[in-house]
Design a protein around this ligand. Structure first.
Ligand code: 3PG
Length: 198
């Protein structure tokens, strides 16, 4: 979470673009890449992107222990899930892989703390009340750090990152639209220049 200020959330539809997308993002300075398990080629995309020098590739949209095992077998270096379940948390411990589970409220965070976790994806960040909601949660859970995701854009990322409890943000804007390597690299460069705060 502290390696880069922005984690691109990637939905790879065309496997042939996996490597070029990773290369463009890494060239722009974003090296931590989340490949969501939402498409048929996601597992292969993780393998392809992991071959790109400098890329630190993980799996997102991991919903259960089977997803997690497939993602780890493919070389995922970290796991992101939209929510927090005992099954996913236990599987992450068993595979000894870092887990960034989604939380939406205080109860989710407390369950995570019980499981030994203190780093969470605040999801879906904007729909959940945006920065005011994050501020209220951060005030209660002083040692917790967040990666807000869901509705984060190049326009509001800096505002989120300015909060001391926000280590990084996640978002899909880096690769929105038809793939254009120069455009992706340029968006990545702008995002990479944002400051990590925590
Ligand atoms: C996620 O998968 O974490 C979110 O869907 C990304 O949200 P965004 O498309 O609003 O960036």
């Amino acid at each position: 979470m502290t390696r880069c200020p922005v984690i691109p959330v990637l939905v790879i539809q065309d496997l042939s673009l996996a490597r070029p997308i990773a290369q463009a993002l890494v060239a722009g300075g974003l090296t931590t890449l989340e490949v969501t398990l939402r498409t048929d080629c996601a597992i292969e995309a993780i393998k392809e992107m992991s071959k790109v020098e400098g890329a630190h590739v993980g799996a997102g949209t991991v919903l259960n222990g089977d997803d997690l095992a497939r993602a780890v077998d493919a070389g995922s270096q970290f796991i992101v899930s939209p929510g927090l379940t005992q099954e996913v948390a236990t599987a992450a411990q068993r595979h000894d892989v870092p887990l960034l589970p989604g939380v939406a409220n205080a109860g989710d965070i407390m369950r995570g703390l019980d499981l030994g976790l203190s780093r969470f994806k605040f999801f879906p960040a904007m729909a959940n009340g945006g920065l005011p909601a994050l501020k209220a949660l951060a005030a209660v859970f002083g040692k917790v750090r967040f990666c807000p995701t869901g509705g984060i854009t190049e326009g509001n990322a800096a505002e989120w990152l300015a909060h001391p409890a926000v280590s990084c943000v996640g978002g899909s804007w880096l690769t929105a639209g038809n793939f254009d390597a120069d455009a992706v690299e340029s968006r990545a460069r702008q995002a990479a220049a944002l400051a990590n705060c925590a």
